[in-house]
Write a protein that binds this ligand. Sequence first.
Ligand code: HGY
Ligand code: MN
Ligand code: MN
Length: 420
Amino acid sequence: MRNLAIDAERLWGELMETAAIGGTQKGGICRLTLTDLDREVRDWFKAKAEALGCRVTVDDMGTMFARRPGTADVPPIAFGSHLDTQPTGGKFDGALGVLAALEALCTLHEAGYETYAPIEVVNWTNEEGSRFAPAMVGSGVFARVFTRDEAHAKQDRSGVTFGAALDAIGYRGAEPCGAHPLSAFFELHIEQGPILEAQQRDIGVVTGVQAMRWYEVTITGQDAHTGATPMNLRKNALLGAARVIERVDGIGRAAAPFGVGTVGLIENKPNSRNVVPGEVFLCADLRHPDDDMLDTMERRFEIAVADACDGLGLGVTMQKIWHQPALRFDPDCVASVRAAAELSGYSTRDMVSGAGHDAAYVSRVAPASMIFVPCRGGISHNEVEFTSKEQCAKGAQVLLQAVLDYDRKLAERGRATKNG
Ligand code: HGY
Ligand code: MN
Ligand code: MN
C-alpha cells in the first residue's frame, strides 16, 4: 500500500485535456451543467473509466458512477466531485476531484491491487448551481434533501427545465437517484480560499462545511423616462437593489471574521440607457460556520430589504431557495485523510470549508470527508484559478491512500463480524 503512487504527469495531462472542453480565452473553463460541453466531458469520463474495466452507471439526475469491483460484496467506497463549472470557472474546481479519483483508480488497476470494497468514481450533476439553482442539486437529491421531480422542474434563466436539459444531452439514467448505497465518500478539492497557501501547508484536512443560504429577491418600481421624470416621482428598482447590495455586504462584514454576504446575480429590466428601471431580480448568498449567527444575518437581511424598498416606494418579493446547515464530517473518514497525509509525509491543517461541496450532502447518507489542496492567491470561480502539478499530485496521493486506509478498516470490521 505504501509504495502505491499516483502518476502526476498523467493526472496533469488529463486535467489539461479536459480543461480544453469549454476552455476560454483567459485560460479558464465555461462548461455549464447539462450543456453540450458537459455532455462532451461526460462522454470523455465514461470512455476513460470503461477503458479501465469499470462499469459505468448513471442515475436519473445524471450523476455518473464508475465502479471497480472489490473482493467483498459491500457498498463501494466512492470518491469524486463534479465536472460542471461556473461561467468563468477555473481548470481545477471540481475537475481535480473527479480526475484525481480516476487517476487513483487507474493506479490500483495498473498495480492489480485488490480492494476489499468496490471502489467507485463519481461525477455529481450540477454542483455549481450556476445554471440551475440551488447548488449541489445532484448530491442533494441523492441525499433526499430535494425530490427528483422538484429538481427536474428547476428552470434556468431562459426557462429551460433541468429535466429537459438532462434529456437533451442524453444523460437521464435509469437508476433512481439515491438508490445507490455507499460505504463512504471522499472528495478532493482545491481550497478556493487563501489559508493553505498563506500557511504553506500541503493538505487541508476538512472537518466540516459552513452553513449557507440563497435568497431570490424581485424588486418592482415603475419604468419611466430618465429625462422627463422628476427625481421625486421615480420608483427606481435599481436604486433599491443598489441599497440592498450595499446592506448585504455590510451584513457579511458585521459578522466578521467568518461571516460573508454577497449579491452575485442581478438582472435589471428593461436595462435601457434612458429608462428608469422598473424591475430588478437578484440573488443573495449569506454564509457563516454557525447556524445561529446565520439566523441573525438572515433577519438583518430581511430588515434591510424591507427598509431599502419601503423608503423608495418599491414593491418586493423574497424567497429563500437554499438552506444548507453547517455540518461536521465523519471522524473515521477524517482520520483516514489525516493518516494518508502523514503516510505521504505532507504538512496539514484542519479546516472548515467556506464553499459548498457534494460531500456536504453525501455526508447525510454515508460517512464522508474532504481533502483540500492550496490554490494560488486563494482565487477560484475565476479563469485564473491555479494549483500546481505538484499540489494536484499531493492531493491525489492523499486521496488514494485515504481510500485504501478506509478500505482496510472496512475489511477489518468485515472479518471481525465474520468471526463473530
Ligand atoms: O456555492 C458553492 O459554494 C459551490 O461552489 N457550489
Ligand atoms: Mn466545486
Ligand atoms: Mn465551484
